[in-house]
Write a protein that binds this ligand. Structure first.
Ligand code: ITT
Length: 185
């Protein structure tokens, strides 16, 4: 059994839906961990793991995600949580008012601790920031993010629809490939 350590119920909903279909069971461990200031999500999860390794017995998974805006050289990126808390979606929309581009990338980095070793998995989703907030599903920046090729924001999608294209679903796919091991010839 893998413990998914997250304070974010929405993340758990998305990840557990895919893993349940694949026959992998996880439990949620609702606890926070220190998130250092770093330039990459991967550094954040690697540091967090050094702390969680002493706190959690058995296998665990953590997810650090961020929204990277092209117009601002990737900001808020690793600062997404802080920016979402302080400015919210309306604040971010205001910042983008006169921006040259509304293109953005969502990124997820997972760290799995299993059998004493750490494995990291990545997922990305390109898209654009909508003109205003739309939809009531999901969490965080979902009401303002429209993934490439879609007309709806993530918040207008069901979990199943978001899981077809999202950054997190891609990270789960990489995790699943690892859990299943190398393909038999
Ligand atoms: P943890 O306990 O797992 O750390 P968190 O909500 O603090 O939960 P992050 O630091 O990874 O998670 O998230 C940074 C910000 O990005 C935060 O405001 C999230 O709501 C938002 N976010 C992350 N993934 C998202 C997604 O798929 N859709 C919309 N917003 C997302």
């Amino acid at each position: 059994m893998i413990a998914f350590v997250t304070t974010n119920e929405g993340k758990y909903r998305e990840v557990s839906a895919i893993l349940a279909d694949a026959g992998v069971n996880i439990v949620r461990e609702d606890r926070s961990y220190p998130e250092i200031q770093a330039d990459r999500l991967e550094k954040v999860v690697r540091f967090a793991a050094t702390v969680l390794d002493d706190q959690i017995r058995g296998d665990y998974l953590i997810d650090d995600s961020g929204l990277f805006l092209d117009a601002f050289g990737g900001f808020p990126g690793v600062y997404s949580s802080y920016v979402h808390k302080r400015l919210g979606n309306p604040g971010l929309l205001k910042l983008l008012q006169d921006a040259k581009t509304r293109a953005a990338t969502f990124e997820t980095v997972f760290l799995l601790r299993q059998g004493g070793s750490h494995e990291v998995f990545h997922g990305e989703c390109r898209g654009t920031i909508a003109a205003g907030e739309r939809g009531t599903g999901g969490f965080g920046f979902d009401p303002i993010f429209v993934p490439e090729g879609a007309a709806k924001t993530f918040a207008e999608m069901t979990v199943t629809e978001k899981n077809r294209v999202s950054h997190r679903a891609r990270a789960v796919a990489a995790l699943l490939a690892h859990l299943r091991g190398p393909k038999q010839p």
